[in-house]
Design a protein around this ligand. Structure first.
Ligand code: KG4
Ligand code: ZN
Length: 344
């Protein structure tokens, strides 16, 4: 069976083909970072136009790279949400029309479920049940994954997502959008104890809040700059701010994950989403797991950020659940993971 996956929920056009007998057969990714960088964030209209321009040619390229023709495909999976509605419609329209033409199913995929399943593409794949720490540009979630399609959110962010906080602080430090990876690189040259930034909501449940931390960083940057630290010292000031901010986010994510593991009694933690590529977070979580007696699973960094492979794989996982017939296009900008269990 060969499932083609189409990811267009935000600013990456990702296409891949997954075959359970052979694994990932081919994949391609086009990132729109350069398009959005000058605006400091994703411009939805530009994202849609770019998906329209890229998705079909990229799809043809992936099919050719796999040594296949369109007729060899058995199903088309696409990201149905959450995400930018126009961007979702581009992938959904392409998937549904192609599936209709080929007489095969179009499989709507929940983007966050795909992130959560991405670790299963690795050789050392986790089994259900597990706890998932989903940390992306739009979400910060702790999810109890009971089985395929059965998810219960046990922790959520009250304001900014972890990736969003990375991106906003990166912007304060004059790093190009999206700044998460660049901030992590800058942080490597800084002192994580230079500034004692708050660890938000430390002693309160499993929810997160990053907006106060972001404000604390802004105020510190302003006061240090006013003190004259910027005079020829911007380099170390920025690196110290980056390192101290990263330490505060990582501390918070690790501490809440440990708490959630203890509360749920699970012994497997799966980390996913763009911030899951962060090296410090991975080191700290692996160490915490060793100490507390749970195992931590990660997708490779390229499958932490948005990609077509995770959509193709999630589509394959659900391929039996879609009735044949004329495909409709599902596009849900807001879509809770917990709803998937209710739909079953
Ligand atoms: O999962 P993703 O590709 O897109 C969403 O579904 O949102 O996540 C993108 C986010 C961005 O905020 C980006 O800055 C962040 O992940 N990110 C990182 C790193 N790599 C990407 N944040 C911290 N450290 C990284 N190494
Ligand atoms: Zn994502």
């Amino acid at each position: 069976m060969k499932v083609l996956g189409i990811e267009t929920s935000c600013d990456e056009t990702g296409i891949a083909i997954y075959d359970p007998a052979a694994g990932l057969v081919a994949e391609a990714l086009f990132s729109q970072n350069d398009t959005h960088a000058r605006y400091g964030g994703v411009v939805p209209e530009l994202a849609c136009r770019d998906h329209i321009a890229r998705s079909a040619p990229l799809l043809c390229q992936v099919v050719a790279d796999a040594g296949l023709t369109l007729q060899d495909l058995d199903a088309i999976a696409y990201t149905a949400g959450p995400g930018l509605v126009g961007a979702l419609m581009v992938g959904g329209s392409l998937a549904a029309s192609l599936a209709f033409g080929l007489g095969i199913p179009a499989l709507p995929v929940h983007h966050m479920e795909a992130h959560l399943l991405a670790a299963m593409l690795e050789d050392d794949a986790p089994d259900f049940p597990f706890l998932a720490l989903l940390v992306s540009g739009g979400h910060t979630l702790l999810v109890r994954a009971q089985g395929l399609g059965t998810y219960v959110t046990v922790g959520n962010t009250l304001d900014d997502a972890a990736g969003e906080a990375f991106d906003k602080v990166a912007r304060m430090l004059s790093l190009p959008y999206p700044g998460g990876a660049a901030l992590a690189e800058l942080a490597a040259a800084g002192d994580p104890e230079a500034f004692d930034f708050p660890r938000p909501m430390k002693n309160r449940g499993l929810d997160f809040s990053f907006s106060g931390l972001k404000t604390a960083v802004r105020l510190k940057l302003e006061s240090e700059t006013a003190r004259g630290a910027a005079g020829g010292m911007n380099g170390s000031l920025y690196a110290n701010i980056a390192a101290s901010f990263q330490a505060a986010v990582v501390d918070t994510l690790v501490q809440k994950s440990i708490k959630a593991m203890a509360m749920t009694g699970l012994d497997r933690l799966v980390v996913a989403g763009g911030v899951g590529a962060n090296k410090k977070l991975r080191q700290r979580l692996t160490a915490a797991g060793k100490q507390q007696g749970f195992r931590v699973y990660y997708p490779r960094p390229a499958y932490c950020t948005d990609n077509g492979a995770m959509i193709a794989y999630a589509g394959w996982c659900h391929h039996g659940t879609v009735a044949p017939g004329v495909p409709s296009i599902l596009a849900r900008p807001r879509w809770s993971l917990d709803e998937l269990a209710l739909q079953r």
